[in-house]
Design a protein around this ligand. Structure first.
Ligand SMILES: [Zn+2]
Length: 341
């Protein structure tokens, strides 16, 4: 339809052809993705028209761009040359450049093909259970605290949103508040991503095989009560965390095993008996073998055993080792920041 749309709206000729094709492609894959989730029983909404001011990305795929890292220049067809700040040295063959607007800031996201960088074997394996009380409990007995990035900025966000509601739509003030809100959202997202990147990096570095529950099968609501804003943030964080684990593992020559989540919480990881629990029960206490431990720790052991196809085995219960968000954030970034000029 693009050639005929160009006749109706000649302005489209000002946009690089590949960019238009990618919009087409994005809509099409969204429609396909949505119908797939619908088949999986997820509740889905409708695709909405994104008018001027709401559509925030341009995708230069395969051609139409040139990145000059030495001179910090980006060339885009039909737009021209522009100065860019490069935060990290780009290695590998560049496949695409995505231009993204966030508030009134612009970003170029560079996709590059890189060779996998296998890590030396550690012979260690781990099972991870993601939860609400703590972000992750692993089969080594570590309990990782939940990041509360959004909660810390909540009051500030609410205040800005009230101010936005009072402001005159389209006024300078309105735009300024909207920009502040976008900036705050960006900051919250960056903090959370930082945490997720570092935590997933930590697990990939330490373990040859990582076992997790297949959240697509589980349906996220089984993991906890299904209400409120924090829920959706948690859901998104878990999915993102597992996605990060999966690509980092792949690149490092590690294995990520997603297991069927049936009975991971209910089963006793010491004797195999089914011990029924409610969501509020934080402890696993087995009436058959006497194994007493944290509920999520029991689940993480089951996840590991199922993933490794091993039978249940008695184990000494010990208190969990609590790891704070700040301890994770204190980790160094995997790639050193890169600045020119
Ligand atoms: Zn038991």
């Amino acid at each position: 339809m693009i050639p005929s749309l160009k006749l109706i709206n000649p302005k489209l000729n000002l946009v690089y052809s590949k960019v238009l094709q990618m919009v087409n492609y994005t809509i099409w894959s969204n429609i396909k993705g949505l119908s797939a989730s619908k088949k999986n029983g997820r509740k889905i909404g409708h695709i909405r028209f994104k008018g001027y001011g709401w559509y925030n990305t341009l995708n230069y795929n395969q051609s139409g761009f040139k990145v000059d890292q030495d001179r910090s220049l980006l060339h885009l067809s039909k737009i021209g040359d522009m100065r860019i700040k490069i935060y990290r040295k780009i290695e590998g063959c560049i496949k695409a450049v995505i231009i993204k607007r966030e508030g009134n800031r612009w970003f170029a996201i560079v996709q590059a093909d890189q060779e996998p960088q296998p890590l030396p074997e550690t012979k260690d394996v781990v099972g991870l259970d993601v939860g609400l009380t703590s972000f992750v409990v692993d089969s080594e007995g570590n309990e990782i605290e939940n990041p509360r990035c959004a909660e810390q900025s909540e009051d500030k966000l609410a205040r800005l949103q009230r101010r936005l509601a009072r402001a005159v739509r389209g006024s300078n003030n309105y735009g300024a508040i909207k920009d502040k809100i976008a900036k705050l959202h960006k900051r919250i997202n960056c903090q959370r991503d930082d945490f997720l990147h570092k935590l997933s990096r930590m697990y990939v570095n330490k373990f040859d095989i990582i076992c997790v529950e297949d959240l697509d099968v589980k349906g996220l609501k089984e993991k906890g009560h299904n209400r409120g804003m924090h829920r959706s943030i948690h859901d998104a964080s878990w999915s993102k965390f597992i996605f990060m684990l999966s690509y980092k593992a792949q690149s490092a020559g590690r294995k990520l095993i997603k297991i069927d989540p049936r009975n991971t919480t209910q089963r006793c990881s010491a004797c195999g008996s089914i011990v029924k629990k409610e969501l509020c029960d934080r402890v696993h206490e087995c009436p058959y073998c006497g194994f007493l431990c944290n509920r999520d720790y029991n689940a993480s052991r089951n996840i590991l055993l199922t993933g490794m196809e091993q039978p249940v085995a008695p184990i000494e219960s010990k208190p969990l080792h609590h790891i704070f968000v700040m301890q994770v954030l204190a980790m160094k970034w995997e790639a050193a920041p890169f600045r020119t000029r």
